[in-house]
Design a protein around this ligand. Structure first.
Ligand code: GDP
Ligand code: MN
Length: 434
């Protein structure tokens, strides 16, 4: 059964009302002529024309914002409440857990479980590890890498090792990968942070949070201790796992050559990423950087403006849709690639991890949408997960503790869910994968 009732049509020219002129402050534009360097996905285009990338959205959802929201809620609910099993696009039987007596001889994928945490969070990360072990890792014993900007205390180390039989490596981040660069204009930073705080942007004035976002965006995978690994799975304090995962998720990524796995996709606080997209366009239009764009990128999801048009407007054409990175499974070869590195260096040079509050989630997500094939970005629909206040709660025979289809703790937050846009625009055949 086709679960994509809304956007399955072939590309058509946009109605005149959607056309926007090239002049003005926005990044939107439209060109008539077809050119070589045009990247298209179901009617959504990013075009290179001399110095400007442009996009058009000819298949924007019809109806008012409320109607679009209702369509999206319905689609999301329909997908999550249909009983599902494990992924169908790989031989799952070949990546089952070993029997317990063979566990010590298990041949792992080249992967680690990571968490950035502070010393005082030992209880909360311990509880997460306990739940994570039960859901997944006690069947595989993947090693942990716990990361901190200051050395972990002996108390922290002792407590953590009690929660798992797997090896745990404790890492202190070198100063230069964590701290604010000298190039940041402190006066400007203070002014901009105050403005964001006045707009009630969470963590606006907390410099360590900005450090954290920059670290996860561009430096974490350069830690010496992570060089030996290809994949990481990120966990955090205070999260929940509601399903039992009975296949080796890392080997699933490896076997399918997928580069990224997520559970939740949502809209961001647009004030935190006001110029992330415009800075990205500057990068793409410099030299021959456009060559980095993947023709099968998730452009439509990245740039849509139907559900929360105001977000798109404030964020200069970026939908603000992103994968929530508190759960992410990543092939670090992607983050270490020339494309991602060159782009991150441009972003970093703007100082806007401090003058704005660019999160690692929108940065990873935008990088993936532009430089990865969207079929290599995997929604782990079968993994029940919660980070306050959002869920991914699938209907499976072993889901315990969440309500299938529920997205948020509070209904008024349902409009923050961007998953329907991902389902619509980025999954070619839902039933073939799940
Ligand atoms: P939120 O989910 O966006 O509200 O952010 P969190 O407070 O959960 O932070 C994200 C992750 O980074 C968590 O794993 C935190 O433990 C960790 N983290 C945040 N700030 C710091 C910091 O200054 N030092 C360390 N070591 N970890 C941090
Ligand atoms: Mn968190």
């Amino acid at each position: 059964k086709n679960l994509k009732p809304i956007s399955d049509s072939t590309p058509q020219p946009p109605p005149q009302s959607l056309l926007e002129s090239e002049s003005g402050t926005g990044t939107k534009g439209i060109t008539e002529e077809e050119e070589e360097d045009t990247y298209e996905t179901k009617g959504y285009q990013i075009k290179r024309q001399d110095v400007k990338f442009k996009y058009i959205n000819p298949n924007g959802k019809k109806g008012t914002k409320q109607e679009v929201q209702a369509q999206h809620d319905e689609l999301y609910n329909k997908v999550l409440t249909k009983e599902i099993h494990e992924p169908k696009d790989f031989n799952i039987e070949s990546i089952r857990p070993p029997s317990p007596d063979m566990l010590s001889k298990y041949k792992h994928a080249n992967a680690t479980i990571v968490a950035l945490v502070r010393n005082h969070e030992f209880g909360a990360i311990g509880r997460t590890i306990r739940k994570f072990e039960k859901s997944f890792n006690e069947k595989f014993n993947y090693p942990y890498t716990l990361i901190n900007d200051v050395p972990f205390s002996d108390k922290f180390k002792d407590r953590i090792q009690a929660f798992t039989k797997s090896p745990v490596e404790f890492v202190t981040i070198p100063e230069e990968l964590w701290s604010k660069p000298d190039s940041i204009d402190v006066e400007k930073q203070t002014t901009e942070m105050n403005i964001m705080a006045e707009h009630n942007v969470a963590y606006a004035k907390m410099e360590s949070y900005h450090n954290m976002c920059r670290f996860y965006s561009g430096n974490m995978f350069n830690l010496p201790e992570l060089q030996k690994y290809k994949y990481y799975w990120r966990i955090e304090p205070h999260v929940e796992f509601y399903t039992s995962i009975n296949y080796d998720i890392f080997k699933y990524l490896e076997g399918t050559k997928k580069v990224y796995g997520f559970t939740i996709s949502l809209y961001d606080i647009s004030e935190t990423v006001k110029t992330l997209w415009t800075e990205t366009l500057k990068f793409l239009n410099t030299g021959d950087n456009y060559k980095y764009i993947n023709k099968n990128g998730a452009f439509q999801w990245l740039l849509s403006d139907t559900q929360l048009p105001e977000n798109n407007q404030i964020a200069g054409g970026y939908s603000t849709c992103h994968f929530w990175s508190n759960f992410e499974i990543v092939d670090m070869d992607f983050l270490r690639s020339e494309a991602y590195t060159a782009w991150f260096n441009h972003l970093d040079s703007t100082g806007k991890f401090y003058y704005e509050r660019w999160g690692d989630a929108p940065v990873h997500s935008m990088g993936l949408a532009l430089f990865a094939d969207k079929s290599k970005v995997h929604w782990f629909r079968d993994v029940g997960y919660f980070h306050d206040p959002y869920y991914n709660c699938p209907k499976t025979s072993h889901t315990r503790g969440c309500e299938p289809g529920q997205f948020s703790k509070w209904d008024h937050l349902n409009d923050q869910n961007c998953m329907a846009s991902w389902i619509d625009y980025s999954i070619d055949d839902l039933d073939a994968i799940y």
